[in-house]
Write a protein that binds this ligand. Structure first.
Ligand SMILES: Cc1cc2nc3c(=O)[nH]c(=O)nc-3n(C[C@H](O)[C@H](O)[C@H](O)COP(=O)(O)O)c2cc1C
Length: 382
């Protein structure tokens, strides 16, 4: 459990906002896998929200299955962040997060993100206005949090003092990504410095973030820094079940040894992973209003999913070259059908070879998909 103001999370594990990836369908997918305490929208431009920009409204979409949902806003002192925060509450946000970490020029050079780490006094004033507005609008029901990096660069380690000052004006949790802005995503996240922020801010939960790519890392980060929760980004793009596995480890570590063997850790099979991709496609079809965005999303995602799936290059290529969600679903269904029937990856690859050389698998695969789209996948088998 993790308490953030009046919001109680069932798990201390949070899905990180990852622009271009953490839309409603992916948040729902991760929640279904288990172990997610909170998932947030990607960063939302405060002006675009209030102007009703269709793309931003699409990114802000949530529903009752996507709960509790945080909405992350970015902007600077000139922007209508307090008003956008009130809009977010009216549209389903159970938590408002302020982005103080985005290093990308488009954001950090003018609008906000990591730029807020450069002038902490002004950031405090801006935060105070957001906290006041949210408090009044929600009657104290919705907490405001901040997600920051360690500082702009190594000479400006502002996170401990900024986090402490923000806590004193009503911020109810802080997430610290253990890198400097100038690093972007290079190098390693410095967990020791996250620990220094935790030590500096005893009054609110500090959530550690950076390079948690295996379930064990979440436990390690908590032990090393004493942080109250862990936020996971890229690890979840690869293995959305990481929260479930990490939560199992955290619970096992927390329960006093009873002499009973701990439960067998969850270990997804290839079939499970294919079914999960299929589920993701269904969620995209249902919740992504623009098929072009959905196709683009899955094309970029399959490279992440395939990292733990062994030799599935034909499936990967079929998804990367498909021109509709339906075509993608057909390619995944082909694998699922064969895996359910007890085939191994090499059996399936063998069948695809046969298909490619005009063997009987042509009919078989057309039966499954109703279209010969896998033909394209076959042609790329090495
Ligand atoms: C492509 C990409 C997009 C990101 N978008 C956001 C964002 O919208 N808001 C945010 O606070 N952080 C964003 N981040 C940073 C992540 O939330 C996270 O802090 C960072 O990736 C480190 O965590 P990880 O090692 O678990 O991925 C993004 C990171 C990546 C790689």
């Amino acid at each position: 459990m993790l308490q953030i103001g009046s919001l109680t999370l069932d798990s201390p594990l949070l899905l990180a906002p990852i622009a271009g990836h953490c839309d409603l369908s992916f948040r729902m997918l991760c929640r279904e896998q288990g172990g997610v305490g909170l998932a947030s929208t990607d960063l939302l431009n405060s002006r675009a929200i209030l102007n009703g920009s269709p793309r931003t409204l699409e990114l802000a979409a949530t529903n009752e299955f996507d709960s509790p949902c945080g909405m992350q806003l970015y902007g600077n002192s000139e922007d209508p962040l307090p008003q956008a925060a009130c809009w977010a509450i009216d549209h389903g946000a159970k938590l408002i997060d302020i982005n103080m970490g985005c290093p990308v020029d488009k954001v950090a050079k003018k609008h906000g993100g990591s730029l807020l780490l450069r002038d902490c006094a002004s950031t405090q004033r801006l935060t105070e206005r957001i906290v006041d507005a949210v408090h009044k609008h929600s009657g104290g029901r919705v907490p405001v949090t901040a997600k920051m990096r360690l500082g702009w660069d190594r000479e400006h380690f502002v996170a401990p003092t900024l986090a402490r000052d923000l806590a004193s004006i009503g911020i109810q949790a802080v997430t610290v990504h253990g890198r400097w802005t100038v690093q972007f995503f290079s190098g390693k996240a410095d967990w020791n410095l996250i620990g220094e922020v935790v030590a500096a801010v005893p009054s609110i939960p500090v959530i550690g973030n950076g390079d948690v790519t295996e379930p064990q890392h979440a436990l390690d980060l908590m032990r090393q820094t004493n942080c109250a929760g862990v936020m996971i980004g890229r690890g979840a793009l690869r293995t959305p079940w990481i929260f479930r596995q990490a939560l199992e480890l955290i619970r096992t570590a927390a329960s006093p040894s009873s002499g009973v063997d701990p439960p067998t850790p969850f270990a997804p099979t290839l079939l499970y992973k294919c079914q999960m991709i299929r589920r993701h496609l269904d969620l995209l079809a249902k919740y992504c209003p623009c098929e072009r965005h959905a196709i683009h999303g899955m094309r970029s995602r399959i490279a992440w999913y395939s990292k733990t799936m062994g030799p599935i290059k034909p499936l990967k290529e079929a998804i990367r070259t498909a021109s509709s969600l339906q075509e993608m679903a057909c390619a995944v269904d082909y694998w699922i059908e064969h895996l359910v029937a007890g085939a191994t990856e090499s059996d399936i690859l063998g069948r695809l070879f046969a298909f490619d050389s005009g063997g009987s698998s042509v009919r078989e695969s057309q039966d499954v998909c109703g279209t010969p789209d896998l033909r394209r996948a076959d042609s790329v088998i090495e």
